[in-house]
Design a protein. Structure first.
Length: 91
C-alpha cells in the first residue's frame, strides 16, 4: 500500500473519531485507554444506547493504531525525502 493511500485512510478514520469525540466530549485516546483497561464495562450491555457507538469507536481506534504502524513501517522503507520528491507538484 502506498503512503498516500495510508494517509487518506488515516484521515478518514480521524474524521470518524472526531465525530465521536464531539458527540461524547471525550478524546479518542482517553476513550481507548479506558476501554482497553476494562473501565467501560458498564456499557457492555447490547441494550445500552451507547453500546454500538462504543463498539464502533473502539474498532476505529484499533484501525487508526494499525494504520499508523503500517505508515511508520512504510516510511522507514521509503524515506520522507524520497516520498516528498515522488509526489506530484501542484501547478
Amino acid at each position: 500500500m502506498e503512503l498516500k493511500e495510508l494517509v487518506r485512510e488515516i484521515h478518514w478514520i480521524e474524521w470518524q473519531l472526531r465525530s465521536l469525540e464531539d458527540r461524547y466530549g471525550v478524546r479518542s485516546e482517553d476513550f481507548f485507554k479506558a476501554m482497553e483497561a476494562g473501565e467501560l464495562a458498564d456499557f457492555d450491555d447490547i441494550d445500552d444506547p451507547h453500546f454500538r457507538d462504543f463498539l464502533e469507536w473502539h474498532g476505529l481506534c484499533k484501525a487508526w493504531h494499525w494504520r499508523q504502524k503500517v505508515y511508520d513501517t512504510a516510511l522507514q522503507r521509503r524515506s520522507l525525502i524520497e516520498q516528498l520528491r515522488a509526489a506530484p507538484v501542484a501547478a
